[in-house]
Design a binder for this molecule. Structure first.
Ligand code: SF4
Ligand code: SF4
Length: 413
């Protein structure tokens, strides 16, 4: 039994990746996509949780974790990401597969080229639809496509992304990696003497057959025998080619994965440093996730009406706007309470308040207090929101309670 070539393994990874990327928006958890960013409401659906834009610190921590993670990964494994998982490489591989399959067709060369470009355009539109599925509910997208009722923004985005993907896959591909990709530019700064790279064994250069199979196979158009180059995406095509060529003579490949690029002598302490930074960010993120309460609660005193006097002598009201966000994917009941002034009463239409899943409500409420219980002109009130079903959800907010400036004779309220 022949062992799998690197190309076989990369195809396996590519198909798995395609299945995950295409499938994720279609997987439903608690009635929502497993992963999707809803643009109109600026909410991220993430495996059964909803992250609201008001929780942007989550995005910041995840971004930092991702950025430092890429740096550490690059120090350890070089450009493995480029060759095995980067969408640019994976999509380019699929584009080449389409070309290879159409080349098997009989007929005039121009007709085959036309079919190849037609299939590339179709493939690009599917890639674009997959991307849009991370922003628009996939079921709504499919329904609107079938009913031809796509909105102008969605349709425009689809056309734009399809055009860009087609131009990229038809004419750019790996040229992007060596000339435009910022990761290719900065990654060399993270290489050290133990970074995993693909290299030609120059100590055995006299064994080279000079067949140039490695050069012909290289999608980046470079000659790995000239050493490490910024255009190399670690796709391992040159390893497979050299293995094949030299394997005919019972000899092993001259190109392979290796730890150690010539001329790179940088301290390995960067691995320790980056690991420490990642650990700190990971702990912060874990704490935020652990302590996260799926509810948002704000209280704003209505400053347009500094105070209200009520007909009951010696009593008064202040008005407030309460903003409550149910950030869970299930309906929740919230009990509201107020403290800070003895016997102060919260006056609102209904209490507790039932909020549908993933929704926000603004409540107009009044606090009723007796004058005899008010000591200062401005008193800090504490509004408390409790979920009676799960006492774990308990949020407090403060807001001032005010009454008019008293004259020397006092205020008759
Ligand atoms: S040199 Fe080898 S690993 Fe690098 S891009 Fe070319 S074929 Fe891929
Ligand atoms: S495929 Fe191997 S033997 Fe052939 S030129 Fe490249 S390094 Fe030399």
């Amino acid at each position: 039994m022949t062992s799998m070539t690197f190309r076989d393994k990369r195809w396996l990874v590519a198909w798995l990746q395609a299945a995950v990327v295409i499938g994720l928006p279609f997987v439903r958890i608690s009635g929502e996509s497993a992963v999707r960013f809803d643009v109109p409401t600026l909410k991220l659906y993430f495996f059964g949780s909803v992250v609201w834009i008001s929780e942007a610190y989550f995005f910041l921590l995840v971004f930092l974790l991702f950025a430092f993670g890429i740096m550490l990964f690059t120090v350890l494994y070089g450009r493995i990401w480029c060759g095995w998982a980067c969408p640019q490489t994976v999509l380019s591989d699929f584009a080449r597969l389409i070309e290879r399959l159409t080349a098997l067709l009989s007929g005039h060369r121009a007709v085959r080229a036309l079919i190849s470009h037609g299939l590339l355009l179709l493939f690009s539109s599917l890639v674009s639809a997959t991307l849009i599925g991370y922003f628009v509910p996939p079921s709504a997208l499919v329904r609107d496509v079938l009913a031809r009722t796509l909105g102008p923004w969605t349709f425009g985005s689809w056309i734009l992304f399809t055009s860009l993907a087609y131009l990229n896959l038809a004419f750019v591909r790996q040229r992007f990696c060596g000339s435009v990709c910022p990761y290719a530019r900065f990654q060399s700064a993270f290489f050290d003497e133990k970074t995993l790279t693909i290299a030609f064994d120059s100590s055995r250069s006299e064994e080279c057959l000079g067949c140039e199979a490695c050069v012909r196979a290289c999608p980046a158009g470079i000659d790995i025998r000239n050493g490490l180059q910024v255009e190399c995406i670690n796709c391992a095509e040159c390893i497979d080619s050299c293995s094949r060529q030299r394997g005919r003579y019972g000899k092993d490949t001259l190109v392979g994965y290796t730890r150690g690029a010539q001329g790179q002598k940088r301290m390995r302490t960067r691995v320790a440093g980056l690991s420490a930074v990642i650990a700190v960010i990971a702990v912060m993120l874990a704490y935020q996730v652990h302590s996260r309460i799926p509810v948002g609660f704000w209280v704003v005193r209505d400053d347009r009406q500094p105070y209200h006097q009520v007909s009951v002598k010696g009593s008064m009201l202040n008005a407030y706007n309460l903003f409550i966000e149910n950030r869970s994917l299930s309906p929740e009941l919230y009990q509201l309470d107020v403290s800070g002034i003895r016997d102060a009463q919260l006056v609102l239409a209904r209490n507790p308040v039932l909020l549908p899943p993933n929704s926000r409500v603004t409540l107009r409420v009044y606090v009723f207090a007796k004058r005899q219980n008010i000591i200062d002109r401005i008193t800090r009130l504490t509004f408390t929101l409790v979920n009676p079903a799960s006492r774990e959800i308990k949020v407090s907010q403060e807001a001032p309670f005010m009454y008019p400036e008293r004259s020397e004779k006092g205020v008759d309220i």
